[in-house]
Each structure stands twice: as C-alpha cells, then as structure tokens.
Design a protein around this ligand. Structure first.
Ligand code: ADP
Ligand code: MG
Length: 246
C-alpha cells in the first residue's frame, strides 16, 4: 500500500500543558483508519496537529512524501487535507450552498470548477440540494453534519479527517453518516476517523489506534481491536459490553 500520511513521535501541548506524547501512526492511501479513545484522550488534539491547527513541539508529520510538520493549515488544505471539526462548525447565517462554496476556497478563481463540485456534492447529498438556499443554522443536526462533510469534500481532499461525526446525532442518523463516510471512501478518498463511538468506528474502519491519556496504547486491524481486552478495559471501561451489543 502507498503511504499517504505518517505521524512520528508527536508531542502535543497547549502552552505549557502537555496533551499527547509519542504519537506514531500512519494512514495508507485508500484506507479508513480510526483513532478511538475516551473523552479527553487526545483524539481532537492529534487531528488538530494533522490539520495544522496545532504545531507539534516535537515529532514529524509527512503527507504524500512531504514534511508538513510546520505548514500552516491553509497550505495543508491546498495539499489535500480536509478537516471536519468536532461540532461541525457550519456558518449558521450562510446558506447551505454558501457553506459549500467556502469549502472550495482553493478553487475560488475557477467558477466552473466550483459549479461542477457543487453538482457532485448535491448528487451525493440530495437533501442538501433540496435545502441549498436555507440558512445552515436551520438544518437538523444530521443535515449540518452532511453539510460539514460536503464542505470538506468541496476541496477534493486526498485525506478527509473527521472529528466525532456521530456526536449528538440520533442512531438512525448516525447510520446514515457512516454509510456516507464509507461511500466517500469507496469513491477514492482516504479517511482518518476520530470517534468516541467505538462500535461504529471499528465497523467502518479497517485499522485503528486506541488513545488513552495522550498515548497510543493499542493498534491493529479493527476486527482484532474489537476483541482486545485492553481496548475494552482501557477505553470502554465498565460500559464495554453494552457498546458492543448490536
Ligand atoms: N484548548 C485547550 N487548551 C488546553 N487544554 C486542552 C485544550 N483542548 C484540549 N485540551 C486538553 O488536552 C487533552 C486532550 O483533549 P482532546 O484532544 O480534546 O481529547 P478528545 O478529543 O480525545 O476528547 C485533555 O486533557 C484536554 O483537557
Ligand atoms: Mg475531541
């Protein structure tokens, strides 16, 4: 498999407060890889470092063969990394269409390109097409998540980074979101998926890493991680059995 993203020995901190250390993982082209872990484990912090919102104190990030450790986030967008942040962060007073157009910022001087991309996204999310002229703030949680996904896809990323896409959504909607993630991946986009919802994450991804208090404590194929006692104990604690019942 061709290497797309490599993170090696990342040390991440907020000012003087350390958050993650020794973070080493990789994502190959075409994969869905998941980072799972309890609240506060360091998942968002790790994604921020990949997307360029937080520059590591130490360690290295390589994307498509290039050292991007210290590149600002807009440069990473240009290179093909897109982040759907925790909580979606759509612009509530802009329409769905305007939100999508902002995602194509790197093509801002190419109107036909943006229009083609919009058509593509509307075909993928018919619901967004129906609501294209509605303010994003009036959309349901699930629709806003779809909008955030669509906005990220407007930059035609090689790597789509998702931070807790299922957070706060009803189970039916969650299934929809994960189905969409799988189809985006099947169409050729590599996915790095951060989730607290271990069950869905491990069913959706092929490989995973388990974070606990700022370190990776386990990794491997998802089929194996599901049965890993350390994963159940460290990450899922007492609720483990419940989460895995379908
Ligand atoms: N903006 C911030 N400033 C200071 N500490 C933070 C900030 N964001 C997160 N942290 C701390 O970093 C650690 C990892 O948090 P985070 O990456 O958000 O975890 P997760 O996404 O797995 O829930 C936690 O101890 C959290 O309190
Ligand atoms: Mg988080």
């Amino acid at each position: 498999m061709t290497e797309l993203l490599v993170a090696e020995g990342l040390e991440l901190a907020y000012g003087e407060i350390p958050a993650c250390r020794g973070i080493t993982f990789h994502v190959d082209q075409g994969e869905i890889v998941t980072l799972i872990g309890a609240n506060g484990a360091g998942k968002s912090t790790t994604l921020r470092a990949i997307a360029g919102a937080l520059i590591p104190r130490a360690g290295m990030i390589r994307f498509r063969g290039q050292d991007i450790t210290r590149l600002p986030s807009y440069e990473r967008t240009r290179l093909g990394i897109a982040l759907v942040p925790e909580g979606r962060r759509v612009f509530p007073f802009l329409t769905a269409r305007e939100n999508l157009e902002l995602g194509a910022f790197k093509y801002r001087n190419d109107k036909p390109k943006v229009s083609t991309l919009l058509d593509k996204i509307f075909a993928m999310f018919p619901r967004l097409s129906e609501r294209s002229s509605q303010n994003a703030g009036t959309l349901s949680g699930g629709e806003q998540q779809m909008l955030a996904l669509g906005r990220a896809m407007m930059s035609e990323p090689y790597l789509l980074c998702l931070d807790e896409p299922s957070l706060g959504l009803a189970p039916m909607v969650v299934q929809d979101i994960f189905r969409t993630i799988r189809s985006i991946n099947a169409a050729g986009t590599t996915v790095l998926l951060v989730e607290q919802n271990a069950r869905y994450a491990l069913e959706t991804a092929s490989r995973g890493y388990v974070l606990q208090t700022g370190s990776i404590i386990a990794s491997g194929p998802c089929a194996k991680l599901k049965d890993d006692e350390r994963v159940r104990e460290a990450y899922l604690g007492g609720g483990a059995k419940k989460l895995f019942v379908s």
